[in-house]
Design a protein around this ligand. Structure first.
Ligand SMILES: *[C@@H]1O[C@H](CO)[C@@H](O)[C@H](O)[C@H]1NC(C)=O
Ligand SMILES: *[C@@H]1O[C@H](CO)[C@@H](O)[C@H](O)[C@H]1NC(C)=O
Ligand SMILES: *[C@@H]1O[C@H](CO)[C@@H](O)[C@H](O)[C@H]1NC(C)=O
Length: 143
């Protein structure tokens, strides 16, 4: 399965927000201890207006002292007809600067009960001026 996370890091319709950090330190992706909450629309194709099939909801925490890695805890909550109401649970270490970030899929619900597998994330669109990015997520699961 291939799908696209539509990510807005700023503005009135931001889908990711910094919610905590180490006191006195900035809350940002490359700062140890920064905690983010996210609720990204997930679409079938790369375009924002492509059909929405799920939402990517969860948290991630910059979890290496040098800021290079983040720990990802995200549910892919499906809303499309085929998997409506089912979820896949992602947990793992993501090397923020890597072109391909691989994380594990540790479980699921509904049609994905007992799922196991892995997901790769690649940034396929990035426009820092509007804080918008699109991530391609490829999923391989046994369930
Ligand atoms: C934010 O979302 C609202 C409601 O969907 C929309 O009307 C508005 O244009 C959006 N704003 C931006 C900056 O995208
Ligand atoms: C998914 O399930 C919800 C809640 O049961 C329902 O409201 C919605 O219409 C369903 N969507 C699709 C695409 O079947
Ligand atoms: C993800 O899937 C797309 C489409 O099948 C493929 O082009 C791309 O190389 C895959 N990415 C990875 C990291 O496997």
């Amino acid at each position: 399965m291939s799908m696209f996370f539509q990510d807005f890091a700023a503005g009135p319709n931001a889908t990711v927000a910094a919610v905590a950090g180490i006191p006195g330190k900035p809350r940002r992706f490359l700062e140890f201890g920064s905690v983010f909450v996210t609720d990204d629309p997930i679409t079938e194709g790369i375009e924002l207006l492509s059909p929405q099939i799920a939402r990517g909801q969860g948290i991630y925490v910059t979890s290496s002292l040098d800021g290079s890695n983040t720990h990802v805890l995200i549910s892919i909550a499906f809303t499309n007809q085929k998997y409506n109401g089912s979820t896949l649970e992602i947990q793992g270490r993501s090397v923020q600067q890597a072109n391909v970030r691989e994380v594990s899929i540790v479980s699921g619900t509904g049609k994905f009960r007992f799922a196991r597998g892995y997901a790769t994330f690649e940034t396929v669109f990035l426009d820092l001026s509007i804080a918008r990015s699109v991530l391609r997520c490829n999923i391989t699961v046994l369930h």
